[in-house]
Design a protein around this ligand. Structure first.
Ligand SMILES: [Zn+2]
Length: 403
């Protein structure tokens, strides 16, 4: 009994001592972390102050707008100036006289991908992004999502709950981000992403960070399943605002959105502006889906290159099929350009869905064929099957889906 009491007292003493000490250790670690943060912020500030002090602004340096391609000596551009609140020094940006986009600073745009990557890593070791779940959910719903569809949040980051919330609500959503740890429903490999097709894609606070937004929009465009799929890009930088960070490289002002649409084959479906919460979201659709690169061949066929364009030749008995895409309900127009030797043509096109369920069949003509069809519900594995029943060759020169 006495021994147990002594043991208990001893244990309680040890626990007490441990708790007193661990508190001190924690305080000590917090002090070191805070000093380290201060040191990193100071280093960032010194780096950019030094670079700014040494920077030359050669008036003759050629500056190119990566939105519209306009190029001219730096002195031909009007500029706007700001200061980076994250210790990044002076921010001088150019106003494109052709499309009106505001871009820069050059000191960030000219970094190599690995230098820019390092900038972000160091920045995020001392600064955190706020939780943007609410705005991301609003942008997601602008895609008019349906439970059967497949959706992507490109550049999903690690700070928001959006993917888990949407998945718990029954939406099939996955994220893509090169800079996060691989986990369920988040792709971190660009080659894996390129194999996917989506009914809706969104980004939030991403476009303004890209060194070549048009390039990324073209990539995402190619991932949209069909001409009724939507793409939403939400960012306050459709205006010259939130300019106080060196990480914002583009402001999509003036006619720059129109230029992007023209370059990328997009159409603005809607825009949502809510100044109270600095929310601006544009929803885009593709004007047409080029299916040629998703067409395959069977039996007697050959894929050729004619003046840089893919052409598929089917010899007697040959079958051309694809693109295996999911399509939202609605009416569609399929345009095919065909060429064949000998008359009459007896090549046929069958439109199928859900692993071969026939929708309709058409006889193909020489030249442009315009075929309208309707899907009364969301359809998976939509396929166009072309059979060459001629005695001579048949060439498919282009196959484009519109709405
Ligand atoms: Zn421009």
């Amino acid at each position: 009994m006495i021994q147990k009491k002594l043991n208990d007292e001893l244990l309680s003493h040890i626990r007490h001592e441990f708790e007193a000490n661990i508190g001190e250790v924690r305080e000590s670690v917090a002090r070191i972390e805070s000093k380290l943060d201060e040191l990193i912020r100071y280093t960032i500030q010194q780096k950019w102050a030094t670079l700014d002090a040494c920077a030359e602004h050669p008036a003759k340096k050629s500056v190119r707008c990566r939105i519209c391609g306009y190029a001219a000596p730096a002195s031909d551009y009007k500029t706007v100036e700001s200061r980076c609140i994250f210790n990044g020094g002076v921010l001088i940006r150019y106003i494109c006289p052709q499309c009106g986009a505001i871009f820069g600073p050059s000191k960030m745009l000219d970094l190599t991908p690995s230098e820019l990557d390092q900038e972000y890593r160091i920045h995020y070791s001392v600064y955190r992004e706020g939780d943007s779940t609410e705005k991301e959910l609003r942008a997601f719903h602008s895609l008019k999502p349906i439970p059967e569809g497949k959706y992507l949040i490109y550049g999903c980051g690690e700070w928001s709950e959006t993917i888990s919330i949407l998945r718990s609500q029954g939406y099939d959503v996955e994220g893509f981000d090169l800079y996060v740890e691989p986990k369920n429903h988040v792709i971190t490999d660009l080659n894996v992403l390129r194999q996917r097709q989506y009914d809706g894609i969104m980004t939030h606070n991403l476009l303004e960070h890209l060194t070549d937004p048009v390039d990324t929009i073209l990539l995402l465009r190619g991932l949209l399943s069909g001409p009724r799929a939507l793409m939403a890009h939400s960012t306050p930088c459709y205006e010259y605002s939130f300019e106080f960070t060196r990480f914002h490289l583009f402001f999509f002002t003036d006619s720059s959105v129109d230029v992007i649409c023209k370059k990328c084959g997009l159409k603005v479906e809607s825009a949502d502006r809510d100044p109270a919460i600095d929310y601006i979201n544009y929803v885009f659709s593709i004007t047409e889906k080029d299916c040629m690169n998703r067409m395959h061949t069977m039996h007697n066929c050959r894929i050729a290159d004619e003046k840089g364009a893919k052409v598929i030749a089917a010899y007697p008995g040959g079958i051309i099929y694809g693109p295996y895409i999911s399509l939202l309900s609605g009416s569609y127009t399929l345009e095919l350009i065909c060429e064949f030797a000998g008359e009459p043509c007896s090549a046929t096109l069958s439109i199928t869905k859900d692993k071969g369920q026939l929708i309709e069949t058409h006889a193909l003509q020489n030249g442009l064929n315009t075929i309208n069809f309707n899907l009364d519900q969301y359809s998976r594995d939509v396929e166009f099957v072309i059979r060459n029943e001629n005695l001579d060759y048949f060439k498919l020169k282009s196959i484009v889906l519109k709405r």
